[in-house]
Design a protein around this ligand. Structure first.
Ligand code: PMP
Length: 361
């Protein structure tokens, strides 16, 4: 079978040049006669890979020198579960904004360790918007303020950076990291899973300001302790070496797309094309998210006639468009149009959707 256009929410599409290079290098990596996943993580060849991966990630995002970068394991859930262990730093309270499924997951985990104060929530309108900053009730004594800046299931994205009055801002950016430039210096900590815009699952990233280190709860397992991992160049234990290597290839591919500014231009065109199709379908398709908060990465949409869902999925797959089934929490369809999904892929989806609406409308 030829390759499909893959709209999966994650694990998700990986750029084809990345997969091809990995394939070419699979049996003999850089003249070593072995695969990159067969060699010691402490040997020079892999150490060179690791350094390059970190420095390319830093360069892409413009990460300031006073931030540590860690590549860890445990998935996005693992990451939001260890935020309180690392960042409460003896404090008893943390502020959380609830914008959907993944914020709620982070809140549930944090409640095991501290008094969670939900400073704002969009649950009143089924998580279809980002609450305006003016409606947030921040606690000055909070250890940090936590947000999920792209809700993968609900399709809601922040296009502004919250102002937290000196309290460190912590963000789960799992599903839109590297989709556009961000000002890292506005955050105390940014984290996420890799399996959307970075590479394969099994790898996570943490970007943390150095002054927030050193205060992990004493029960924090060493491998999940930012400070200990930072002190060991994130190699306190064996990292998922193949995933790290693939992330590195993705970072190099991003540079061929014009870096994050170039990627953002492409992502804007993709999102405009798809939302345009939904909005101009005369109600055949709809997306309930407030216009200014619509995610450029995850586009959930429902069909007016839900009875057509199964045939939509069947016909789209036959047309080479995979992974469009929506999450059960919101139903309908979802097209995840991460960096690796090309403009041509979104155009193919839109052509299919327009044709489907004509045939079934
Ligand atoms: N946060 C966000 C924003 C996510 O989209 C996801 C997964 N889709 C997670 C956390 C959880 O990631 P994992 O399944 O790797 O634990």
């Amino acid at each position: 079978m030829s390759r499909v256009f893959n709209f999966s929410a994650g694990p998700a599409a990986i750029p084809e040049p990345v997969l091809k290079q990995a394939q070419e290098e699979l049996l003999d990596f850089r003249g070593t006669g072995m695969s990159v996943m067969e060699m010691s993580h402490r040997g020079k060849v892999f150490m060179d890979v690791a350094h390059e991966v970190e420095s390319d990630f830093r360069a892409l995002l413009g990460i300031p020198a006073d931030y540590k970068v860690l590549f860890l394991q445990g998935g996005g859930k693992g990451e939001f579960s260890i935020v309180p262990l690392n960042l409460l730093r003896g404090k008893k309270k943390a502020d959380y904004v609830n914008t959907g499924h993944w914020s709620a997951g982070a809140i549930k985990e944090a409640a095991k360790y501290c008094d969670v104060h939900v400073v704002a929530s969009s649950e009143d309108r089924k998580f279809t918007y980002v609450p305006k900053q003016s409606a947030w009730h921040l606690s000055p004594e909070a250890a940090y303020v936590h947000v999920c800046t792209n809700e993968t299931i609900h399709g809601v994205e922040y296009f502004w950076t919250p102002e937290t009055g000196g309290v460190p801002l912590v963000a789960d950016m799992s599903s839109h990291i590297l989709s556009r430039p961000i000002d890292v210096s506005r955050y105390g900590c940014i984290y996420g899973g890799a399996q959307k815009n970075i590479g394969p699952s099994g790898l996570t990233f943490v970007i943390v300001r150095e002054d927030l280190l050193g205060g992990a709860h004493p029960w924090t397992p060493s491998v999940f302790d930012y400070t200990q991992q930072a002190g060991n160049d994130w190699m306190l234990n064996t990292p998922p070496t193949f995933a790290v290597y693939l992330a590195g290839l993705t970072f190099k591919w991003l540079n061929t797309q014009g870096g994050l500014a170039g990627m953002e231009r492409i992502n804007i065109r993709k999102a405009e094309l798809l939302y345009g199709c939904i909005d101009n379908s005369g109600g055949f398709y709809s997306n309930p998210i407030a216009r200014e908060d619509r995610s450029r990465m995850n586009v959930p949409f429902i069909l007016k006639d839900e009875k057509l869902n199964a045939v939509f999925l069947e016909e789209s797959l036959a047309a080479g468009l995979a992974g469009l089934k929506g999450h059960k929490a919101v139903g309908g369809m979802r097209a995840s149009i991460y960096n690796a999904v090309s403009l041509a892929g979104v155009q193919a989806l839109v052509d299919f959707m327009n044709g489907f609406a004509r045939r079934h409308g």
